[in-house]
Ligand binder design. Sequence first.
Ligand code: PMP
Length: 466
Amino acid sequence: MAINIKEISEKDKNSVLHPFTHLKDFATGKLGEPTIIETGKGIRIQDASGTQLIDGFAGMYCVNVGYGRTEVAEAISRQAYRLAYYHCYAAHTTDELAILSDRLVKMAPGRMSKAFYGMSGSDANETQAKLVWYYNNLRGKPHKKKIIARERGYHGCSVLSGSMTGMSFYHDYMDLPLPQIVRTGAPHYYWGCNPEETEREFSVRRAAELDQLIERLGPDKVGAFIAEPVLGTGGITPPPVGYWEAIQAVLKKHDVLLIADEVITGFGRTGSMFGSEHYGIEPDLITIAKGLTSGYFPLSAAIVGDKVYKVLEDGADKVGAFSHGYTYSGHPIGAATANAVLDIVERENLPANAREVGAYFQAQLKEKFAQLPIVGEVRGVGLMGAIEFVADRDQKKRFDASLKVGARVSKAARDRGLIARPMPHGDILGFAPPLVTTKAEVDDIVSIAESAVRSVMDELVRGGEK
Ligand code: PMP
């Protein structure tokens, strides 16, 4: 059935409150008509007018197995016919949920014990915070509650996870962050380093700052540190050399739990199954979402390590039932979706594809962009990467924000058939294509991006802004 574009657009404009959209510009038509995305296959999506786009961002870094995988659709349908819903409260389960959980605790890095399920990365991080508090209450350390999160970290936008997120526009006008969340510096060497400082020295400095922060707050007041193995929405920034080693030593010293937010890095994106494996991280708690179902169904999990779980179980005699859970925790269709997706991830060895094709992708990005006069840094790992634009490479000077360079490059790429995302904190073009992307598709992505970047660079030169 063909979509009536006009009718759908009208209904949308009249009734959808769109995230991350300038509400007045949308209402007055300044942003144009909504884009109605209708179908997807492989790494491409198509809108209702028939325009094809390469999805260089896998939706929101989530459609790792690519669009249109019939075996996932069939698993969803099969489970919906069999049993559309049942909860997992009070020792109820389903076969798909038990199988998925067994798989997850075995495949996750470190010694993991149990998986608690939610519907989004935000709610899973919210669960992690509550677990940290619960754990320390049970251990008789009721003041060990502060959670340290990083500038530019992204952990969601619910009240607690939004507080962990280190971006002020998630807080302003929303009465956040909550006081339990404390901030430490971003692992961003390019902008954060001092003159002459090596990457390793920068990492050691960040760890020393964390150490001082914990000392200042009091180690008996700090419960956990939350971080993404690779900074994602904050600019797609792999950790500087030595970072994780130095940070973990500080956390161990002060008995502070480590929550690895693997919402983006989980299930292959870095070239390893988990970012924690890639960087030698030993988390106590792991958050997963996105790639768990490749976006085919909303499902997330807070994976709980042995150390924390043991305390929760031992404390049960004192507190009674574990009083946390959602109607849709462990949703059987979500579990069936995840099992079908993980079958593909394992069978097609998508972490290996992300490693091999990713190495080619990183090399192409460096080759085509690193020397351009408006590019300050090209960075990434596996199949996630970013190009950061600057007005002056030598002085490391940003473009005037009003020039909107990042957004313009992204728009130019879009006009040429590629989705690559402008990221906050400067002029950054981000890529996170599906993990099934081939080298030939990398060539398509990079050549469109190059044409887009060069067109905006020409405009800047013509306008005297460069
Ligand atoms: N953590 C990270 C690292 C993320 O990238 C995201 C989403 N981009 C989230 C948490 C929040 O996930 P959700 O949008 O599903 O709530």
